[in-house]
Design a protein around this ligand. Structure first.
Ligand SMILES: [Zn+2]
Length: 263
């Protein structure tokens, strides 16, 4: 066997990312071309994406799950709220009224938490899980851990082409409905400042080594989609997002659409 036929793990992962990126490309082209609002007009089952009863984790319909595109259940916050202050988390629970708190394998927010607190990144999953367990106990809620094999994405990298900036607090990414895989920031439960911070976290993850990185370009941008209950809210959220300062501004497109809630 010559050196030339050996494929490193890194190259292999790059090829896998490329494949996943291209697989999503036709759908994304449609969104780039018609805008998200035009695209969702073609989705007859859109209300299902806003139906928390259809996105239960075990028996829980309002479990706090990560913003990770691989955990499309319940309500969302980075690392299930790990990056929030105790006070912010308290406010979040008043809004979201959670019935459980989860943690999951391969949590990017856990890594960010470790960086922020000078903790070993290699233990980030364990640290995020312990935080979720302790927080669930404090609030008298059940804790659920989501292992990698239950995640709705590949184990080694993120496949989100979109971050949903959700003003309804009910959205889950739902490929069966036709909504592309995406991070979900529950803007309605987090408020503006924290909501925007979480969009930055999503961008850090997807433009970094565990995300699509350089595959995202000016012509094939990452999309941040405001999801609003009415036109006034939509306009307001799009303006919020337009003020966001981050290093990826040229490769990120701000868009939005109106929610269709289940009857
Ligand atoms: Zn996570």
């Amino acid at each position: 066997m010559g050196q030339s036929v050996r494929i490193s793990h890194h190259e292999n992962q790059l090829a896998e990312k490329q494949k996943s990126f291209e697989l999503q490309q036709p759908l994304m082209e449609q969104i780039y071309k018609d805008g998200f609002a035009g695209y969702v007009e073609t989705l007859p089952n859109l209300p299902e994406a806003f139906d928390l009863a259809k996105h239960r984790l075990d028996n829980h319909s309002a479990c706090i799950c990560c913003m990770d595109e691989g955990t499309p259940w319940g309500v969302h916050a980075a690392g299930s709220g790990l990056l929030l202050s105790a006070e912010e988390f308290e406010d979040y629970t008043h809004m979201a009224k959670p019935d459980a708190i989860s943690s999951h394998a391969g949590c990017g927010a856990g890594k960010i938490y470790c960086q922020q607190h000078g903790l070993p990144e290699g233990n980030s999953d364990q640290i995020a899980r312990q935080w979720a367990e302790a927080t669930a106990k404090k609030y008298g809620l059940p804790h659920v851990h989501i292992p990698m094999e239950e995640m709705q994405r590949p184990p080694d990298f993120h496949v989100a082409r979109v971050c949903y900036y959700d003003g309804t607090g009910r959205l889950n990414n739902d490929p069966a409905v036709g909504l592309p895989s995406g991070f979900v920031v529950s803007r309605s439960h987090l408020g503006e400042a924290r909501g925007l911070e979480e969009v930055k976290v999503a961008a850090e993850i997807i433009f970094g080594q565990h995300g699509f990185g350089e595959l995202l370009t000016k012509d094939q941008p990452f999309v941040v989609a405001a999801v609003a209950s009415d036109n006034f809210q939509l306009q307001q959220m799009i303006e919020e997002l337009a003020g966001l300062e981050h290093p990826y501004v040229d490769r990120l497109k701000i868009d939005g659409f109106l929610a269709k809630l289940p009857k």
